[in-house]
Design a protein around this ligand. Structure first.
Ligand code: BGC
Length: 472
């Protein structure tokens, strides 16, 4: 997955079975575009999951219609760096991300919506139906038959209905976007969520997610071409509100990690590319949230003002389009939105959770002219107090799915709780002889053995399901 390859089993799962009279255990039995069986083998019930997928589950009550569509909201992921000292600016690093949850709504028709990519005023999630990520749905469909515990498998199958972000982590994935948007447009007032994640010299302060483009090898031009392709896909498939998280970890690294030569060398290109992305995506009215690390990174008091200053400079350089709605926090990380008590690993940071971080940063954003609106990833934040160090970001052991995506956030500053990181996709390999090996992925709090970043990590997914809080 690291280089964007979808596991073969997941691709197979995308292909409808045209012949079987009855779907088997865990099989697909409905969904938009589905031409296969709509009933299940004896003892199993066709159960609606999302507009694109109904599945044979054990002992569930039925509703096998393929025309029903559900809405939800979601969000995206990122990773981030952390610092451990409380009074100074931090240099340490880590990544992680979080997910978001989504609000559900139901709809009933499959009529296609029309219209163009009109600008979204205000919260882009308000009153919308957030569409689950089909890429993640295919991964889950491939994962279900590997469960040995049927009870857990049934819970896992429900995760498909929860919106996550589609990560455009390679240029090769971009052509897929158009089909997803076309499908999403069949649901009225749909939101589709993407992560723009392909900067040259990506992941400058870590190794696990180093990307496909190099600054020294035409990286900026390649990136601009990647953005142009995304814009073309959106333009060709109007009618859906696209929400994008822009470049996880990148600007946060420029706030705290310029002492790392890899980040200082990437600084100019990162800024140029992000400004370009904002300007071009604005033309097709994408609602953008720039990635802002998390409480354990930019939330340290010394980092707040430098962060607010950088975000506002980037926005101004891009011409201050109102399509930039705000910031995304905790992408691919594990922090609570609101912790009952500070996790011991937060070591005295007054902003020991995302809500404290957001409340501290918001006034500084406002006075710098940057819109103080947020989405917060809670996808893998269901369990707390798991980490040895706050900066640990790689496949944290014992993590569980968190609060579901919703617009009921409890804070006027937060547009939506989202799931940015599709839980089950790996943060980085633990194999020390593999490319992109980052030693963070071999720490004692990192689940091992782990495959490459982005690849499916079955055992990790099963744990996220079993430790989900609230339970699935
Ligand atoms: C990986 C990407 C992946 C993303 C979401 C990142 O850490 O580098 O390849 O798409 O996580 O799982």
């Amino acid at each position: 997955m690291k280089y964007g390859a979808l596991p073969l089993a997941a691709l197979v799962a995308l292909v409808p079975a045209f012949v079987a009279a009855q779907a088997g255990q865990w099989g697909q039995c409905g969904g938009i575009g589905w031409n296969g069986p709509t009933t299940c083998t004896s003892g199993w019930t066709c159960t609606y999951s999302n507009p694109y997928y109904s599945q044979c589950l054990q002992g569930s009550s039925s509703s096998s219609s393929t025309s029903k569509s559900t809405s939800t909201t979601t969000s995206s992921t990122t990773k981030s760096t952390t610092t451990t000292s409380s009074t100074t600016k931090s240099s340490s690093t880590t990544t992680s991300s979080s997910t978001s949850k989504s609000s559900t709504t139901t709809t009933s028709t499959s009529t296609s919506s029309t219209g163009t990519t009109t600008p979204v005023a205000g919260n882009p999630y308000a009153g919308k139906t957030v569409i689950p990520n089909p890429f993640y749905a295919a991964e889950i469909q491939a994962a279900i038959p590997l469960f040995t515990d049927s009870n857990l498998a049934a819970k896992a199958a429900t995760v498909e209905t929860i919106p996550t972000f589609f990560w455009l982590d390679t240029v090769a994935k971009v052509p897929t976007l158009g089909g997803y948007l076309k499908q999403a447009a069949q649901t009225p007032n749909a939101v589709f969520q993407i992560v723009v994640y392909d900067l040259p010299n990506r992941d400058c302060h870590a190794k696990a997610s180093n990307g496909e483009f190099q600054i020294s090898d035409n990286g900026v031009a390649n990136y601009e071409n990647y953005i142009d392709q995304i814009v073309a896909q959106i333009k060709a498939n109007p009618g859906v509100t696209v929400v994008a998280v822009i470049e996880p970890d990148s600007l946060a690294n420029l706030v705290t990690n310029l002492s790392d030569p890899n980040c200082s060398a990437a600084q100019t290109a990162y800024k140029q590319c992000i400004v370009y992305a904002i300007q071009q995506l604005s033309k097709v009215n994408v609602a953008m949230y720039l990635d802002a690390g998390h409480a354990g990174w930019l939330g340290w008091p010394a980092n707040l003002q430098p962060a607010a200053t950088l975000f506002s400079q980037i926005l101004q350089t891009a011409g201050s389009p109102n399509t930039v709605r705000g910031l995304a926090t905790n992408v691919a990380n594990y922090n609570a939105l609101s912790a009952v008590t500070p996790d011991p690993c937060t070591q005295g940071d007054p902003n020991y959770d995302e809500i404290h971080y957001i409340n501290a940063l918001a006034p500084m954003l406002t006075s710098s002219g940057f819109p103080a609106h947020f989405i917060v990833d809670q996808g893998r934040s269901g369990q707390q107090n798991l980490r040895q160090q706050w900066g640990d970001w790689c496949n944290i052991k014992g993590a569980g799915f968190g609060t579901r995506p919703t617009t009921n956030t409890g804070s006027a500053l937060i547009d939506a709780i989202v799931w940015v990181k599709p839980g089950g996709e790996c943060d980085g390999t633990s194999n020390s002889s593999a490319p992109r090996y980052d030693s963070t992925c071999s720490l004692s709090d990192a689940d091992q053995p782990a495959p490459q970043a982005g690849q499916w990590f079955q055992e990790y997914f099963q744990t996220l399901v079993s430790k989900a809080n609230p339970p699935l």
